[in-house]
Design a protein. Structure first.
Length: 362
């Protein structure tokens, strides 16, 4: 267990300016079968993936990425099935991958209880996970590779960590740094979509029976701030994610089609936090699905240095605010504007920026 994620995300950003960084880590993936491995795909067959219907939707979604990643690497797609503790005996699978979050997946809680699996190293620990083979986890399942997160993102990171390890070791190359060496290195790279990093192919895929684990990241919130996004990112997004027209009120192309691609990248990089585009955009106004989907995927949202209390300025203020952006002369209207932002964000995981700069960062 090495708390490297904070450093890795930072280094991946530093890699934009410097060289290519390959960061070693404990591996759980194997490419050759042995007595100490557990088969994920062999003889062109993939073992099924089991999840719990009461699991976080964001974990359910990441499990579909995990299955797609296994297919990207091997050409064989595993099934994903919802299993409850009462229906598990009907599964009748010799072996399975079982994915879930402690305290959120009744399936995983049952398995921990039945097998007396020791989860004390991760239980209650922010974004941590363990994965390992266990015997007789459920009636009808002789053996399973269980992937257990301490919380929503712990489970999601466990899945993406395995996906990356489907190659040799981990690097995060931006497209202009992709070299012969980095191509071999990636399994399913976090950048597979954004930078077209090719996926390493393997006919068969195994994991170490002893599995792998990761503790809490050293840096609690790790993310991306889209800034100076005009014209490059904005024009690209308009071409890629709209049918020629941006959002009705702002003209912004940064809709949920764009953001869900970004959420996936952040999570694959083991990040958790985003400051959205602001130049001619307002995250919640550009697409009303943006904010709920961020939370649903597992991303913590904030707003940038010039946008207090989860509301945009100047774009959103100019649309909905009243009077000047000046707390000396217009405090009640500005206060109410912020209260509305907090009420809107209340159901979601958010970090509030405090303080006030001039409208438009001046
Ligand atoms: C499992 O159940 C949940 C909750 O009903 C649902 O959202 C999800 O799509 C189901 N997943 C599968 C693979 O059937
Ligand atoms: C754990 O197992 C014991 C004995 O089998 C049972 O009494 C208890 O209710 C279980 N607890 C949970 C949380 O499933
Ligand atoms: C590991 O990477 C090297 C190149 O760096 C490549 O030749 C080799 O095939 C890779 N092995 C696996 C198992 O992917
Ligand atoms: C663009 O048009 C296609 C086909 O009608 C539709 O499926 C898609 O959702 C549209 N995209 C946007 C961003 O409106
Ligand atoms: C806010 O209003 C006060 C009082 O009229 C004024 O002195 C100050 O310059 C204004 N601030 C800005 C940033 O316009």
């Amino acid at each position: 267990m090495s708390p490297l994620w904070g450093a890795r995300l930072l280094l991946s950003l530093l890699a934009l300016a410097g060289g290519v960084y390959a960061i070693g880590q404990a591996t759980c993936v194997e490419f050759k079968s042995s007595r100490s491995t557990f088969s994920i795909v062999s003889n062109k067959r993939a073992i099924p993936i089991l999840v719990s219907p009461d699991e976080w939707p964001g974990v359910q979604r990441a499990a579909t990425d995990f299955a797609a990643d296994i297919q990207r690497v091997t050409g064989v797609k595993p099934s994903i099935t919802n299993v409850t503790t009462s229906s598990s005996s009907a599964v009748k699978q010799g072996s399975a991958i079982i994915i879930g979050t402690l305290g959120k997946s009744s399936l995983i809680d049952e398995i921990v209880n039945r097998t007396k699996l020791d989860v004390s190293s991760v239980n209650g620990k922010w974004e941590s996970f363990i994965a390992k083979q266990v015997s007789n986890p459920l009636p009808g399942v002789e053996s399973a590779y269980v992937i257990i997160g301490a919380d929503k993102r712990g489970t999601i990171f466990a899945l993406y960590d395995h996906s990356e390890q489907f190659g040799n070791y981990t690097v995060y190359p931006p497209s202009w740094l992709v070299t012969e060496r980095t191509l071999h290195a990636s399994g399913v790279s976090p950048w597979y979509w954004w930078a077209d990093v090719p996926v390493t192919k393997h006919a068969e895929l195994f994991v170490a029976s002893s599995g792998c684990s990761h503790g809490s990241p050293t840096v609690k919130y790790r993310g991306i701030f889209l800034n100076d996004e005009q014209p490059a990112l904005q024009n690209w997004a308009a071409e890629k994610f709209t049918n020629g027209t941006g959002a009705p009120l702002t003209g912004s192309p940064f809709n949920h089609f764009f953001y869900t691609k970004l959420f996936e990248l952040i999570l694959r990089l083991k990040g958790n936090y985003l400051w959205p585009a602001i130049w001619s955009s307002a995250f919640n106004i550009d697409d009303t699905e943006n904010q709920p989907l961020a939370d649903w995927w597992g991303i913590v949202m904030g707003t940038s240095h010039q946008e207090p209390m989860m509301r945009g300025t100047p774009i959103e203020w100019n649309l909905f605010g009243q009077g000047d952006w000046n707390y000396t002369t217009n405090s009640q209207n500005i206060y109410n504007y912020w209260v509305d932002g907090v009420k809107r964000a209340r159901p979601f995981e958010s970090i509030y920026t405090l303080g006030m700069r001039g409208a438009g960062d001046c």
